[in-house]
Design a protein around this ligand. Structure first.
Ligand code: ACO
Length: 424
């Protein structure tokens, strides 16, 4: 076994070195504090691994993303979302029988308890659907309270099956339309589109191009190893909180504009530029001014420093879908111009800021008729199998401990309590 040496205050410590199957190297500091009293510092966790995981491999420099060894490009082209869910959760592609049974289970569990429909009535019409989604997912634990004693497997199926129903109900509620029940003969994605866009008065024709695009979008978002929301799910799960509470926490973490909320922020930014007369160069200049506090949403990524492979796939898909649907979107034109300028500008090039997956996903969702405030919900539906695979991996690992980082304290040192009469 190779080791790494760390010398601190003149004393040298030998630390074990772990190597992953793709030759990633990690210095194991688990025992450093016990041996030396020191901890390591890494705010933002740029150089910190929190676990070993066999689910997803990313090489940010080379633009590689693989689920269970399979390249994202192949899955996006040849798989569908339900099959990819199975792959992430079980480690292998399903055989025909397993896939059929999994699809049937997702259909069987797609309805939510009738009483839960009343919850939707309690939210104001302006409620953000991410707030509703996280509240509803947490509420599922009240309907399946013995989730720890029941098999995790059935709760995983419940969550994947019900999340699209909850998301579509939240949308229907926000526009004041009656909810549409899931239909058993429809595929996972077609069922979601039907629940979103069908109205009782007339037949809704499901467009196969949109079903394909939705499958692809959900596959591309399905996992991304230890990102903010997945780490949150693992953090909450490490306390042995139930699966619904853990996933609900992941949804909340995803909501932020620096993470899953970026797809909504991208569209809002494009809209602002459009309404301002379309002068995208002005906004590029603004993004370069540190004091402006403005960033080009959809640009940059903590891990990908050359290109985001998901963005490459979605870029092509956006053009295909818009062409197929005959949509001429001024926001897409602004997006293309922004992309071109930023890719040639030294500020962005030197900082390796490239369009990320969210730069294009918003355009696609908009073309599909999905409203802007539902974009992050779409991301959550896609990311759910990843969160669940990580939940399962952590819980199946008997050696896993509660997540509990340390800190370096920088506050006041000990002092005596001051009575009110002596305070200034
Ligand atoms: N526009 C302008 N400048 C940027 C941008 C941007 N979008 N992103 C980073 N920078 C600059 C920073 O100001 C910093 O400049 P400096 O070195 O002169 O100080 C440098 O690039 C590095 O940025 P950091 O914030 O240190 O990079 P970090 O890895 O912490 O952040 C993040 C990555 C959060 C994605 C960032 O690039 C960002 O805010 N992007 C916009 C939001 C976005 O698109 N988020 C979606 C992420 S993808 C996802 O969640 C699926």
């Amino acid at each position: 076994m190779t080791t790494a040496s760390l010398t601190l205050d003149g004393k040298t410590y030998e630390l074990p070195v772990i190597r992953g199957t793709e030759n990633e190297v990690a210095v194991d500091i688990t025992r450093l504090r016990a041996q030396s009293g020191a901890i390591t510092m890494d705010p933002g966790f740029n150089s910190t691994g929190a676990c070993e995981s066999a689910i997803t491999f990313i090489d940010g420099d080379l633009g590689i993303l693989r689920y269970r060894g399979y390249p994202i490009e192949e899955l996006a082209e040849r798989s569908d979302f339900v099959e990819t869910c199975w792959l992430l959760l079980n480690g292998e592609l399903p055989n025909a029988e397993q896939l059929k049974a999994f699809r049937a289970q997702l259909t069987y569990h797609s309805m939510i308890h009738e009483d839960m429909k009343k919850f939707f009535e309690g939210f104001p019409p302006s409620a953000h659907p991410m707030a509703i989604l996280s509240a509803m997912v947490s509420s599922l634990s009240t309907y399946y309270p013995n989730s720890e004693e029941e098999s995790t497997e059935v709760n995983i199926v419940r969550l994947i099956a019900k999340v699209r129903t909850i998301a579509a109900y939240a949308y229907k509620k926000s526009i004041g339309q009656p909810t549409i029940y899931p239909r058993n003969e429809l595929s996972y994605c077609a069922n979601f589109l039907n629940m979103m866009f069908a109205v009782p008065a007339e037949e809704y024709k499901i467009n196969p191009v949109l079903v394909k695009a939705l499958n692809m979008l959900l596959i591309l978002h399905a996992d991304h190893e230890q990102n903010c929301s997945t780490s949150t799910v693992r953090m909450v799960a490490s306390s042995r909180a139930n699966i619904f509470a853990s996933i609900s926490a992941g949804i909340s973490a995803l909501w932020g504009p620096l993470h899953g909320g970026a797809n909504q922020a991208v569209l809002e930014m494009l809209q602002v530029i459009h309404e301002d007369g379309g002068d995208y160069k002005k906004f590029v200049m603004k993004a370069k001014e540190k004091d402006s506090g403005f960033r080009l949403m959809g640009f940059g990524h903590r891990v990908y420093k050359n290109f985001d492979p998901r963005a490459t796939i979605l870029r092509k898909m956006s053009y295909d879908v818009l062409q197929e649907m005959g949509i001429d979107d001024p926001l897409l034109e602004i997006a293309c111009n922004l992309e071109k300028v930023a890719l040639e500008d030294d500020y962005f090039v030197s900082r390796k800021l490239y369009p990320n997956v969210d730069f294009y996903s918003g355009i696609l969702y908009r073309a599909m008729g999905i409203p802007t405030n539902m974009f992050t919900v779409m991301f959550a539906i896609g990311r759910l199998p990843g969160w669940l695979a990580h939940f399962k991996e952590l819980r199946d690992d008997d050696s896993s401990r509660i997540y509990r980082p340390r800190q370096v304290y920088t506050g006041a040192t000990q002092r005596s309590y001051i009575p009110m009469s002596e305070r200034k």
